[in-house]
Design a protein around this ligand. Structure first.
Ligand code: ATP
Length: 239
């Protein structure tokens, strides 16, 4: 692998009060990769993602983004530098229209013509959003809101997009659609970190994967390799 490392996490520890949720995580993401983080409920996946994107303080270890430590930097600065998370539960602005939500995603930008062009580009990637551009986001289905959350994040022109369980709570057809869209975004060249409960589907599209257990990385490897690993199959693929 000769592609530059965009994100390097070393010895990351994060605690909630006295409870250590992340106990020393190392992981690496290279430019253009789709990396998935899987593991059971409460393993610490969301906590890791929040620490990476400036939403939680780290107790120990370091995170380097584009070769520099981001220790102590807030989410706003990191979004401006291209490190963006789509949280679980989406968090769209329910009382704003789809178009307004997309414009909110561009809040770190000042290039008006570029922003307008990107709104059109999002409607190209997500035709469903174009049809509903003037609808209030809160009245859309769960899958549509997930698409909007991803499109809104893309409006900030991320270099690395972290997706926290984008398929959570969606119907099977919508889950298919969301995985398709994740692949499309990956093919646009956006580097992706994908946290998923749906381990088999995530590993099937990922270049590499990490398995997290009780606050630590227990296994890592190529997506296909992990998909075929008997330990992964037994623990996460229901076999
Ligand atoms: P899931 O797949 O269920 O979302 P996860 O792997 O993302 O799980 P985290 O949400 O990171 O796991 O949680 C890791 C641990 O930290 C869990 O034991 C959880 O109960 C705990 N935890 C998470 N958020 C908080 C909080 N705000 N306060 C206290 N403990 C928390």
């Amino acid at each position: 692998q000769t592609r530059p490392v965009l994100l390097q996490v070393q010895g990351l520890k994060v605690a909630y009060g006295g409870i250590q949720a992340v106990k020393g995580v190392d992981l690496q993401v290279r430019e253009g990769e789709l990396v998935t983080l899987i593991g059971s409920n409460g393993a610490g996946k969301t906590t890791t993602m929040k620490a990476i994107t400036g939403g939680l303080a780290m107790n120990d270890g370091d995170i380097q983004y584009l070769g520099r430590s981001i220790r102590g930097q807030g989410a706003w600065d990191l979004v401006r530098r291209g490190l963006v998370m789509v949280p679980e539960g989406r968090g769209v602005f329910a009382r704003m229209t789809i178009t307004e939500n997309l414009l909110m995603g561009a809040y770190t930008r000042t290039d008006k013509a570029g922003i307008a062009a990107d709104v059109e580009r999002m409607f190209g990637i997500f035709p469903r959003l174009r049809e509903r551009r003037d609808q209030l986001a809160g009245t859309m289905s769960g899958g549509e809101q997930q698409m909007l959350a991803m499109a809104r994040a893309l409006m900030s022109q991320p270099k690395v997009l972290l997706l926290d369980e984008p398929s959570m709570g969606l119907s099977p057809i919508m889950v298919d659609k969301i995985f398709e869209v994740v692949r499309d975004v990956y093919q646009l060249g956006v580097t992706i970190v994908l946290v998923e409960q749906n381990a088999s589907r995530a590993l099937a599209i990922a270049d590499r994967g990490y398995v997290m257990e009780s606050g630590l990385i227990s296994m890592s490897g190529a997506g296909r390799e992990l998909l075929e690993d008997p330990r992964v199959r037994a623990a996460y693929l229901g076999e």
